[in-house]
Design a protein. Sequence first.
Length: 383
Amino acid sequence: MPYWRLSTFYLFYFASLGALLPYWSLYLQHIGFSALEIGELMAVLMATKIVSPNIWGWIADHTGKRMAVVRIGSLLSVIAFVAVFVDTSYWWLMAVMLLFSFFWNATLPQFETVTLKHLGSDTHRYSAIRLWGSIGFIVAVAVLGPLLEGDSVTLLPAILLSIFIAIWVMSLLVPEQQSPPHHERQGSITEVLKRPEVIALLVVCFLMQASHGPYYTFYSIYMEGYGYSRTLIGQLWALGVIAEVGVFLIMHRMVKGVGLKRLLMLAFSLAALRWWLTGAMPESLPVVLFSQLFHAASFGVFHAVAIAYFHRHFTGRHHGRGQALYSSVSFGAGGAFGAFYSGYVWDSMGGYVSFYIAGLMCLLALFIVWRFIDGAQGGEAAS
C-alpha cells in the first residue's frame, strides 16, 4: 500500500483548505466585499459539490479509472484558479470560483475511494492516513496566520495556487487501484437511496455541514471583530484540527468500543454545544479555546463515522458514487446552504444568531439519528 503517497496527497489537499477556509473571507473583506457578498462567494465553493462529485463519480464508476479523474480534476482546477489574478470584481470572482470549484471538488471523493480500495479489509486504518490531511490543515493555518497580517492578505491567491499545483503533482504519484467498469445491469444505486436509513443519513450529513456554515464562512471575521489577531485566529483554527487529529488516532478503538450510532449522537451533541458557546461567549478566550476542542467531535468523529456508514451502504462498484453523494449532500448542499443562511443572518440579525441557529440544526440531527439510524448495522460494518 502506498501509505506515504496517499498521506501526502491528503496533506496538501487539506493544506489548501487550511489556507482557503480561514483566510479567503478575510481576503474578500480586504478587497471590499460585504458580508452578504462574502457569503455568496463562499457558498459557490460549496454549491458545486452538489453536482460536481456526482458527475465525476459517474465517470469514475463507468471507466474504473479513479486516479485519472483525480489527476484531470486537479490540473483543471489549477488552470481555472489562475483567473483570480485577472480581475477582482464580484461577478468575475463568482465565475472563477464556480469553474475552479467544479474541478477541485471532483477530486477528493474519488481519492477517498482509491484510499479505501488500497486499504482493502483494513478500512479501520483509514484514520491513520487521513490524519495527515489534518496535519496539513494545521500547518497551513498556523503558518499563514502571522504571514497574512494586515495588507499581506493579498498574498493569499499566490499561496493557494502553489498548493493547488502541489496537489496535482501528488496525484501523478499515486497509483491507480483498478476497478472494473460499472454497468447498470449489475444493480441500481436508486435501490440503495430508497432505504430509510440512507435517507436519514443524508439528512443528518446535510445538517451537520450546514451548521458549520457560520464557522467556515465568518469565524475569522467574527473573531477579528472581538479584537483577536490573525495570528491568534489561525492558532484557534489549528487547535480545532489538532483535536481532530487526536480523534483520528484513536477512532478505530472508539468505533469498536462505543459503536457508530452512539458516536454520531455524541458528535451532534457536542457540535450543538460548540456553536452555542461560540455565539454566546466569543470575548472569553478560555471558552473559545474550550469550544474549539469540540471540532474533534463536530468534524473528526462525524466524518469518520459518516465515511464508515457510506462505505457500508454503497458497496462494490457503487463506492465512487457513494462517496460522491456524501460529499455533494453534506459539504455541497449543506455547506452552500450554511454559507448562504449565515451571510443573510449576519447582515440582518448579527453573527451570534447564526451560531445559535447552527446549534438548533445539530439538535434536529441528533433526534433523526436517535430515531432513524440503525446503530447495530453500522457498527458491524465498521468493526
